[in-house]
Design a protein around this ligand. Structure first.
Ligand code: SF4
Length: 465
């Protein structure tokens, strides 16, 4: 392995390592409140239905179950070895799909569906098929629709992969995080390299030829630069089409399972940055293109093509190439976006089920975007996806003069400008190649809610590095 090609001044890393959102949504879920509920959701679904039969939809299905709760996990998970709990959940999920589809009327064309968790392959092959058939009976998958599912190499069988391929799934996202046994032990996962390698091979054998994504995380306990580089060699050997390389979000105040991690074994700021830079060097050297904030893709992959064409979009599932203005979410804690508002389902299984028993959409909270939110949401998405925002396009879309509307935000970027992270002319504001690592910091200048969070002095977000 060669020496890192990419360097970042440690002083800049120290200065810009601040708590901040990852902007899978703007406003972030921290702003959601219970003033938005099931009746609002019903009205918004009806409005979405009035847009016409062929307007595209995106669906998210949450399967929260895992056999054990990994100590680093940041997802909404129900850890149980009792399979009957999942079987009962399926029935409830089907009731929710039926209930939410009805107000959409004729509008049922799906361009993207994602099953996430938890561990969707906690479900047996016949259960995967049953759930998919229930969805497919109520929605139409558009030609070329992206159908993605998260799979855990420790529990996923060839029979499950065969079932998924037969049902039309065309993208698999495998959680790996790190191949090193000591790191696997420290994160309470215990997944071997061989398990991942064999599942990648089995996926290719059953037809997932160009749809394999591996998730890695840097900043985990016990990771060292040397161990991480060895990881990268093995990762490149497997040659997945896409790689997600996330910064570990250490938020024990939100995720108590992370209290099981010995904080003294976490790589500190400079070491964490060195892990990221060695990954960037290795993956770019192996022919991967960096995409957005935390993804890499082979040049032939659709994500890389969309990034080159400035067509990337971002939603709760991360970067996507199939933008749909409406995202309908199913399952406990699922978050959707419908007609200018976010809606989140009940996060407790019993409450989610009780709402369905009462024949109600199981919404716990949400957020209605106002015009200012919509403008800032668009700007932040442009920056997160394309590292650039056109002032003229902002003007055309929203009838604003970008420079006067965002004068305070542009002034707040002085530090980033001085550090060489942003450049600006009369036509656009752009994040420089050297500033891409700090794109969250740039977006934070456009976030009108952050100041209040800073003043509350309560930890809310993970750190940007
Ligand atoms: S990291 Fe994945 S497998 Fe582990 S508990 Fe979280 S969702 Fe489940």
């Amino acid at each position: 392995m060669s020496e890192p090609l990419f360097h970042v001044d440690p002083e800049l890393v120290r200065r810009f390592d601040r708590p901040g959102p990852r902007y899978t949504s703007y406003p972030t879920a921290v702003e959601f409140h219970e003033g938005v509920g099931p009746d609002d959701y019903l009205a918004h679904l009806r409005r979405a239905g009035e847009r016409g039969a062929d307007e595209p939809l995106s669906l998210y299905v949450h399967i929260p179950f895992c056999r054990k709760h990994c100590s680093y996990c940041g997802c909404h998970v129900i850890a149980t070895p009792r399979h009957d709990v999942a079987a009962a959940y399926l029935g409830d999920l089907e009731r929710e799909v039926t209930l939410a589809a009805e107000p959409l009327g004729e509008r049922r064309s799906v361009v993207q569906m994602h099953w996430g968790g938890g561990t969707p392959t906690y479900l047996e092959p016949d259960e995967l098929a049953q759930l998919h058939e229930h969805v497919a009976a109520r929605f139409r998958f558009a030609p070329g629709a992206e159908m993605a599912i998260e799979v855990d190499p420790r529990v996923t069988s060839r029979a499950q992969l065969e079932t998924l391929a037969r049902l039309g799934f065309n993208r698999l996202s495998m959680g790996v995080q790190d191949f090193t046994p000591e790191v696997q032990l420290a994160i309470g996962r215990g997944q071997t390299f061989e398990e991942t390698r064999d599942l990648v091979q089995a996926a290719r054998d059953v037809g997932f030829g160009e749809g394999i994504n591996l998730d890695f995380v840097y900043g985990l306990p016990m990771q060292t630069e040397a161990s991480f580089r060895a990881n990268l060699d093995r990762l490149i050997e497997l040659r997945p089409d896409r790689i997600a390389l996330y910064s570990f979000a250490y938020v024990p105040w939100i995720r108590p399972n992370q209290k099981r991690i010995d904080a003294t074994t976490l790589p500190q700021r400079d070491d964490k940055m060195a892990l990221y830079l060695s990954a960037l060097t290795a993956l770019v050297g192996a022919g991967y293109e960096p995409i957005g904030m935390d993804h890499f893709a082979l040049p032939s992959d659709e994500l890389a093509r969309a990034a080159r064409a400035g067509r990337l979009d971002r939603n709760f599932m991360g970067y996507t190439v199939k933008p749909a203005s409406t995202m309908v979410a199913f399952g406990v804690s699922g978050i959707g976006e419908v007609e200018g508002a976010f809606f989140q389902n009940e996060r407790k299984l019993s409450t989610w089920r009780a709402a369905l028993d009462a024949g109600k959409l199981p919404i716990q909270r949400g957020y209605r975007l106002d015009e200012d939110d919509r403008i800032r949401q668009w700007v932040i998405r442009q920056l997160m996806c394309n590292f650039s925002v056109s002032k003229a396009e902002a003007g055309e879309r929203f009838g604003i003069d970008f420079e006067s509307y965002f004068a305070p935000a542009l002034a707040a970027l002085d530090e980033e400008r001085a550090a060489g992270f942003v450049e600006e002319d009369a036509g656009r504001l752009a994040v420089t190649p050297g500033g891409r690592l700090f794109v969250r910091n740039v977006c934070m200048a456009f976030d009108r809610y952050l100041e209040a969070k800073r003043q509350s002095n309560r930890p809310v977000f993970s750190r940007t590095v």
